[in-house]
Design a protein around this ligand. Sequence first.
Ligand SMILES: Nc1ncnc2c1ncn2[C@@H]1O[C@H](COP(=O)(O)OP(=O)(O)OP(=O)(O)O)[C@@H](O)[C@H]1O
Length: 337
Amino acid sequence: MSIQLNNVSKTYHLKGRSVEALKPTSLKVETGEIYGLIGYSGAGKSTLLRLINLLEKPSAGSVIVGEDNLTELTPKALRIRRQKIGMIFQQFNLIESKTVYENIEFVLKASKYSKKDVPARIEELLKLVGLNDKSSINASNLSGGQKQRVGIARALANNPDILLCDEATSALDPDTTKSILNLLKNINKTLGITIVIITHEMEVIKEIADRVGVMSGGEIIESGETYSVFSHPKEKITKDFVQEIYNFETPPQIKETPDNQVITIQFLSENAEENYLNQLYRNFDLNISILNGRIEYIKEKPLGFLMFQVSGNAQEIERLKTHIDKTPGIERVGYIG
Ligand SMILES: Nc1ncnc2c1ncn2[C@@H]1O[C@H](COP(=O)(O)OP(=O)(O)OP(=O)(O)O)[C@@H](O)[C@H]1O
């Protein structure tokens, strides 16, 4: 199911002071897509996410989910509509003193799920999230990853068509994060559920998001298909997020001069850098030494950077730079390192 925000904004009023947490924002998330929102703390991500299911009431604008304008529903109709919008949280929001079974049962009971169908539904959900054997364990005895699996089972209990994920993996270690992201991808694929995920971690976005919006200062400052946003970032913050995953640093002892320079190139396909470097070694009378190199996969497409130091004749270095700039698929970038 699609989500459409039309000029939605949110201003909080606190003791005579107002905070514009979300500037007027329009956004369309297509049916079945995974849309990621990334930004640093205070960017407005949680506010935007909570406006989608109206946990926060917008100060202006409308929220359309599928055919329904949520902003126009009565409180009762909204309560019912919300059952079809699942949500998972960073801190899992489980009832720690209850078993896995009871945690899911609680959600089904609250939505008046047919009593006789509850046990079968819980079994089905536990299978889906890979916790078949944990039904009678107390939530407090589960690992973080298992807790989030229960969180996901709860969120899916009423067969929602949308799943909102609020920093769902931020409390988890990298391996557990990967397994939860895989589960979310699987759920998206097999059940066709539209997913919106907010995070401050590139790791999450590059793994899972079909499209991404980069948030800062209460607005989406850059957006598009995930690979194209991060292979050609325009805004400083987007470049910083790219730099974060490659983690290159120019060695401080290198003093750049016209005849001694550090160059970082980006390449968009696998193994491109090896052939290319050989070409440079052959065709330029320069000392070239590699400082750093790394390929990451963004939505399964390779994006690589290579940082090297060149020294020699300044004119020859300029000729090398011109050569790089004319090579298709290779770009010189200034924001890495
Ligand atoms: N209930 C509230 N009352 C007042 N101000 C709020 C409230 N909720 C959020 N804000 C403010 O709105 C701005 C955006 O906050 P929001 O939580 O949406 O950002 P975020 O990107 O999700 O950051 P974080 O990851 O730290 O939660 C911040 O300046 C925050 O202090």
